[in-house]
Design a protein around this ligand. Structure first.
Ligand SMILES: NC(=O)c1ccc[n+]([C@@H]2O[C@H](COP(=O)([O-])OP(=O)(O)OC[C@H]3O[C@@H](n4cnc5c(N)ncnc54)[C@H](O)[C@@H]3O)[C@@H](O)[C@H]2O)c1
Length: 265
Protein backbone atom coordinates (compact mmCIF):
# COMPACT_ATOMS: atom_id res chain seq x y z
CA UNK A 1 0.00 0.00 0.00
CA UNK A 2 1.29 3.43 -0.89
CA UNK A 3 0.29 6.86 0.52
CA UNK A 4 2.35 9.50 -1.30
CA UNK A 5 -0.25 12.23 -0.60
CA UNK A 6 -1.69 13.83 2.53
CA UNK A 7 -3.82 12.03 5.12
CA UNK A 8 -6.37 13.72 7.37
CA UNK A 9 -7.88 11.99 10.39
CA UNK A 10 -10.74 13.83 12.14
CA UNK A 11 -11.33 12.46 15.64
CA UNK A 12 -7.71 11.33 16.01
CA UNK A 13 -7.17 11.88 19.76
CA UNK A 14 -8.51 8.49 20.81
CA UNK A 15 -9.60 4.99 19.83
CA UNK A 16 -10.08 4.18 16.14
CA UNK A 17 -8.97 7.64 14.97
CA UNK A 18 -5.70 7.46 16.91
CA UNK A 19 -4.99 3.95 15.58
CA UNK A 20 -5.73 5.24 12.06
CA UNK A 21 -3.28 8.15 12.33
CA UNK A 22 -0.57 5.79 13.62
CA UNK A 23 -1.30 3.31 10.82
CA UNK A 24 -0.95 5.95 8.09
CA UNK A 25 2.53 6.64 9.47
CA UNK A 26 3.36 2.92 9.74
CA UNK A 27 2.24 2.48 6.12
CA UNK A 28 4.57 5.22 4.90
CA UNK A 29 2.41 8.36 4.70
CA UNK A 30 4.76 11.26 5.43
CA UNK A 31 2.23 14.12 5.71
CA UNK A 32 -0.49 13.45 8.26
CA UNK A 33 -3.00 15.96 9.62
CA UNK A 34 -4.82 15.01 12.81
CA UNK A 35 -7.69 16.92 14.42
CA UNK A 36 -9.99 16.60 17.42
CA UNK A 37 -11.69 18.61 20.19
CA UNK A 38 -9.32 16.99 22.72
CA UNK A 39 -6.13 18.95 22.04
CA UNK A 40 -3.91 17.54 24.80
CA UNK A 41 -4.55 13.93 23.83
CA UNK A 42 -4.10 14.96 20.18
CA UNK A 43 -0.65 16.39 20.92
CA UNK A 44 0.32 13.08 22.51
CA UNK A 45 -0.68 11.28 19.32
CA UNK A 46 1.43 13.78 17.35
CA UNK A 47 4.47 13.14 19.59
CA UNK A 48 3.97 9.37 19.38
CA UNK A 49 4.01 9.47 15.57
CA UNK A 50 6.92 11.93 15.31
CA UNK A 51 9.03 9.96 17.83
CA UNK A 52 8.48 6.67 16.00
CA UNK A 53 8.50 7.86 12.37
CA UNK A 54 11.24 10.45 11.96
CA UNK A 55 10.44 11.31 8.31
CA UNK A 56 6.76 11.94 9.01
CA UNK A 57 5.38 15.46 9.45
CA UNK A 58 2.27 15.77 11.60
CA UNK A 59 -0.06 18.77 11.77
CA UNK A 60 -2.29 18.66 14.86
CA UNK A 61 -5.29 21.02 15.01
CA UNK A 62 -8.30 21.67 17.18
CA UNK A 63 -11.55 21.04 15.35
CA UNK A 64 -15.15 20.91 16.52
CA UNK A 65 -17.08 19.10 13.80
CA UNK A 66 -20.36 20.57 15.01
CA UNK A 67 -19.29 23.97 13.62
CA UNK A 68 -18.75 24.32 9.85
CA UNK A 69 -16.42 27.31 10.25
CA UNK A 70 -14.18 25.16 12.50
CA UNK A 71 -14.07 22.37 9.88
CA UNK A 72 -13.37 24.87 7.08
CA UNK A 73 -10.56 26.44 9.11
CA UNK A 74 -9.05 22.98 9.56
CA UNK A 75 -9.10 22.23 5.83
CA UNK A 76 -7.56 25.65 5.04
CA UNK A 77 -4.79 25.04 7.58
CA UNK A 78 -4.00 21.54 6.29
CA UNK A 79 -3.84 22.75 2.68
CA UNK A 80 -1.61 25.68 3.68
CA UNK A 81 0.66 23.28 5.56
CA UNK A 82 0.73 20.28 3.20
CA UNK A 83 -0.61 21.53 -0.15
CA UNK A 84 -3.48 19.05 -0.65
CA UNK A 85 -5.66 16.40 1.07
CA UNK A 86 -5.88 12.88 -0.37
CA UNK A 87 -7.00 10.34 2.27
CA UNK A 88 -9.67 11.36 4.76
CA UNK A 89 -10.87 9.37 7.73
CA UNK A 90 -13.88 11.04 9.34
CA UNK A 91 -13.95 9.19 12.65
CA UNK A 92 -15.34 11.64 15.26
CA UNK A 93 -18.40 10.33 17.02
CA UNK A 94 -20.30 10.14 20.30
CA UNK A 95 -22.93 7.84 21.78
CA UNK A 96 -25.88 8.43 24.15
CA UNK A 97 -28.00 5.64 25.58
CA UNK A 98 -31.76 5.96 25.96
CA UNK A 99 -34.83 4.79 24.07
CA UNK A 100 -37.06 7.22 22.26
CA UNK A 101 -39.34 7.77 25.28
CA UNK A 102 -36.50 8.42 27.76
CA UNK A 103 -33.80 10.09 25.63
CA UNK A 104 -33.72 13.86 26.28
CA UNK A 105 -34.14 15.95 23.11
CA UNK A 106 -30.85 17.69 23.86
CA UNK A 107 -29.03 14.31 23.78
CA UNK A 108 -30.58 13.51 20.40
CA UNK A 109 -29.38 16.89 19.12
CA UNK A 110 -25.82 16.35 20.38
CA UNK A 111 -25.52 12.91 18.78
CA UNK A 112 -26.96 14.24 15.51
CA UNK A 113 -24.66 17.28 15.51
CA UNK A 114 -21.47 15.24 15.91
CA UNK A 115 -22.25 11.93 14.20
CA UNK A 116 -24.18 13.03 11.13
CA UNK A 117 -24.07 16.78 10.63
CA UNK A 118 -20.38 16.74 11.68
CA UNK A 119 -19.51 14.04 9.13
CA UNK A 120 -21.46 15.98 6.48
CA UNK A 121 -19.46 19.14 7.32
CA UNK A 122 -16.17 17.21 7.05
CA UNK A 123 -17.12 15.58 3.74
CA UNK A 124 -18.34 18.92 2.33
CA UNK A 125 -15.10 20.76 3.12
CA UNK A 126 -12.87 17.84 2.08
CA UNK A 127 -14.61 17.26 -1.25
CA UNK A 128 -14.51 21.02 -2.00
CA UNK A 129 -10.71 20.76 -1.72
CA UNK A 130 -10.40 17.45 -3.58
CA UNK A 131 -12.34 18.49 -6.70
CA UNK A 132 -9.78 21.24 -7.31
CA UNK A 133 -6.59 19.23 -6.91
CA UNK A 134 -4.53 17.34 -9.49
CA UNK A 135 -5.14 13.56 -9.36
CA UNK A 136 -2.33 11.38 -7.96
CA UNK A 137 -1.26 7.97 -9.28
CA UNK A 138 0.26 5.32 -7.02
CA UNK A 139 1.76 1.88 -7.53
CA UNK A 140 -1.46 0.48 -6.05
CA UNK A 141 -3.65 1.38 -9.02
CA UNK A 142 -3.33 2.54 -12.65
CA UNK A 143 -6.23 4.93 -12.05
CA UNK A 144 -5.36 8.43 -10.81
CA UNK A 145 -7.32 9.66 -7.78
CA UNK A 146 -8.25 13.13 -6.53
CA UNK A 147 -9.03 11.71 -3.10
CA UNK A 148 -10.72 9.02 -1.04
CA UNK A 149 -12.90 9.43 2.03
CA UNK A 150 -13.82 6.86 4.67
CA UNK A 151 -16.67 7.97 6.92
CA UNK A 152 -16.88 5.89 10.08
CA UNK A 153 -20.41 4.64 10.65
CA UNK A 154 -21.14 1.53 12.75
CA UNK A 155 -22.92 -1.82 12.78
CA UNK A 156 -25.63 0.49 14.09
CA UNK A 157 -25.68 1.98 10.59
CA UNK A 158 -26.90 -1.37 9.25
CA UNK A 159 -29.37 -2.57 11.89
CA UNK A 160 -31.57 -1.28 14.67
CA UNK A 161 -30.94 -1.16 18.42
CA UNK A 162 -33.92 -0.50 20.70
CA UNK A 163 -31.81 1.43 23.23
CA UNK A 164 -29.81 3.56 20.82
CA UNK A 165 -32.27 5.32 18.47
CA UNK A 166 -30.21 8.51 18.16
CA UNK A 167 -26.95 6.65 17.48
CA UNK A 168 -28.62 4.19 15.08
CA UNK A 169 -30.37 6.98 13.18
CA UNK A 170 -27.20 9.03 12.75
CA UNK A 171 -25.08 6.02 11.75
CA UNK A 172 -27.68 4.99 9.12
CA UNK A 173 -27.40 8.60 7.94
CA UNK A 174 -23.63 8.28 7.55
CA UNK A 175 -24.14 5.22 5.34
CA UNK A 176 -26.64 7.15 3.19
CA UNK A 177 -24.38 10.18 2.96
CA UNK A 178 -21.39 8.04 1.93
CA UNK A 179 -23.32 6.14 -0.74
CA UNK A 180 -24.71 9.39 -2.18
CA UNK A 181 -21.38 11.25 -2.20
CA UNK A 182 -19.64 8.16 -3.62
CA UNK A 183 -22.04 8.23 -6.57
CA UNK A 184 -21.93 12.00 -7.06
CA UNK A 185 -18.15 12.44 -7.11
CA UNK A 186 -17.03 9.17 -8.77
CA UNK A 187 -16.67 10.92 -12.13
CA UNK A 188 -14.31 13.42 -10.47
CA UNK A 189 -12.06 10.57 -9.27
CA UNK A 190 -13.12 10.90 -5.65
CA UNK A 191 -14.23 7.79 -3.78
CA UNK A 192 -16.42 7.83 -0.65
CA UNK A 193 -17.25 4.81 1.50
CA UNK A 194 -18.46 4.05 5.01
CA UNK A 195 -16.83 1.69 7.49
CA UNK A 196 -19.28 -0.08 9.81
CA UNK A 197 -17.36 -1.44 12.82
CA UNK A 198 -18.80 -3.83 15.37
CA UNK A 199 -17.88 -3.43 19.06
CA UNK A 200 -14.27 -2.17 19.28
CA UNK A 201 -12.09 -1.84 22.37
CA UNK A 202 -11.96 1.96 22.75
CA UNK A 203 -13.02 4.52 25.38
CA UNK A 204 -16.40 4.70 23.60
CA UNK A 205 -17.12 1.10 24.52
CA UNK A 206 -16.55 2.13 28.15
CA UNK A 207 -19.69 4.20 27.75
CA UNK A 208 -21.60 0.93 28.01
CA UNK A 209 -21.76 1.92 31.68
CA UNK A 210 -20.11 1.16 35.02
CA UNK A 211 -20.51 -1.76 37.40
CA UNK A 212 -22.82 -4.70 36.85
CA UNK A 213 -24.93 -2.94 34.22
CA UNK A 214 -21.81 -2.14 32.15
CA UNK A 215 -20.53 -5.73 32.48
CA UNK A 216 -23.95 -7.10 31.50
CA UNK A 217 -24.04 -4.91 28.38
CA UNK A 218 -20.44 -5.92 27.44
CA UNK A 219 -21.21 -9.64 27.84
CA UNK A 220 -24.33 -9.18 25.75
CA UNK A 221 -22.26 -7.54 23.00
CA UNK A 222 -19.64 -10.35 22.94
CA UNK A 223 -22.34 -13.05 22.84
CA UNK A 224 -23.56 -11.57 19.53
CA UNK A 225 -20.11 -11.78 17.84
CA UNK A 226 -19.25 -15.04 16.03
CA UNK A 227 -15.53 -14.54 16.71
CA UNK A 228 -16.27 -14.36 20.43
CA UNK A 229 -14.24 -11.22 21.02
CA UNK A 230 -14.33 -7.45 20.79
CA UNK A 231 -12.39 -5.92 17.86
CA UNK A 232 -9.21 -3.85 18.15
CA UNK A 233 -8.88 -0.24 16.91
CA UNK A 234 -5.90 -1.33 14.77
CA UNK A 235 -8.17 -3.76 12.91
CA UNK A 236 -10.43 -0.82 11.96
CA UNK A 237 -7.38 1.25 10.97
CA UNK A 238 -6.40 -1.48 8.48
CA UNK A 239 -9.88 -1.31 6.94
CA UNK A 240 -9.53 2.48 6.61
CA UNK A 241 -6.09 2.07 4.97
CA UNK A 242 -7.68 -0.22 2.37
CA UNK A 243 -10.66 2.05 1.73
CA UNK A 244 -8.53 5.17 1.27
CA UNK A 245 -5.66 3.59 -0.71
CA UNK A 246 -5.48 2.76 -4.41
CA UNK A 247 -5.98 -0.90 -3.46
CA UNK A 248 -9.72 -0.17 -3.32
CA UNK A 249 -9.76 1.80 -6.59
CA UNK A 250 -13.06 0.21 -7.79
CA UNK A 251 -14.78 0.48 -4.38
CA UNK A 252 -17.07 3.45 -3.87
CA UNK A 253 -20.54 4.36 -2.60
CA UNK A 254 -20.65 1.31 -0.38
CA UNK A 255 -19.99 0.02 3.13
CA UNK A 256 -17.43 -2.29 4.68
CA UNK A 257 -18.87 -4.09 7.70
CA UNK A 258 -16.09 -5.19 10.07
CA UNK A 259 -17.76 -6.81 13.08
CA UNK A 260 -16.34 -10.29 13.63
CA UNK A 261 -19.38 -12.01 12.16
CA UNK A 262 -22.08 -10.24 14.08
CA UNK A 263 -25.26 -12.30 14.32
CA UNK A 264 -28.12 -10.11 13.16
CA UNK A 265 -30.73 -9.31 15.76
N1 LIG B 1 -15.87 1.63 19.74
C1 LIG B 1 -16.85 1.00 19.12
O1 LIG B 1 -17.32 -0.06 19.57
C2 LIG B 1 -17.44 1.56 17.85
C3 LIG B 1 -18.26 0.72 17.10
C4 LIG B 1 -18.81 1.21 15.92
C5 LIG B 1 -18.53 2.49 15.49
N2 LIG B 1 -17.71 3.28 16.24
C6 LIG B 1 -17.47 4.63 15.74
O2 LIG B 1 -16.09 4.82 15.58
C7 LIG B 1 -15.78 6.21 15.73
C8 LIG B 1 -14.63 6.36 16.71
O3 LIG B 1 -15.08 5.90 17.97
P1 LIG B 1 -14.09 5.33 19.08
O4 LIG B 1 -14.66 4.06 19.53
O5 LIG B 1 -12.69 5.40 18.63
O6 LIG B 1 -14.42 6.39 20.23
P2 LIG B 1 -13.51 7.43 21.02
O7 LIG B 1 -14.43 8.05 22.00
O8 LIG B 1 -12.28 6.75 21.49
O9 LIG B 1 -13.09 8.48 19.87
C9 LIG B 1 -13.98 9.42 19.35
C10 LIG B 1 -13.20 10.69 19.07
O10 LIG B 1 -14.09 11.65 18.50
C11 LIG B 1 -13.75 12.90 19.06
N3 LIG B 1 -14.86 13.84 18.98
C12 LIG B 1 -16.04 13.80 19.64
N4 LIG B 1 -16.77 14.88 19.38
C13 LIG B 1 -16.04 15.65 18.52
C14 LIG B 1 -16.28 16.91 17.89
N5 LIG B 1 -17.39 17.61 18.11
N6 LIG B 1 -15.33 17.38 17.05
C15 LIG B 1 -14.18 16.69 16.84
N7 LIG B 1 -13.90 15.51 17.43
C16 LIG B 1 -14.83 14.99 18.26
C17 LIG B 1 -13.41 12.57 20.51
O11 LIG B 1 -12.72 13.62 21.15
C18 LIG B 1 -12.61 11.30 20.34
O12 LIG B 1 -11.24 11.56 20.20
C19 LIG B 1 -17.08 6.88 16.18
O13 LIG B 1 -17.69 7.50 15.07
C20 LIG B 1 -17.92 5.72 16.67
O14 LIG B 1 -19.29 6.00 16.59
C21 LIG B 1 -17.15 2.85 17.40
Amino acid sequence: MEFPGVALVVGAASGIGKATALQYAADGCQRIAIADVQTEALQQVQSEIEDKYKNTRVNASYVDVTRYESVQALITEVVQQFGRIDYCANVAGIIKYGDTLTLPESDFDKVYEVNLRGIFFCAKAEIAQMVNQTPLTTRDSPFPARGAICNVSSQAGLMGNPNLPSYVATKHGVVGLSKSDGMKYASQQIRVNALCPGPIETPMLGHLGDGDEGKRRAAERISEISMGRIGRPEEMAHCIMFLTSGRSSFVTATTLAAHGGLRNR
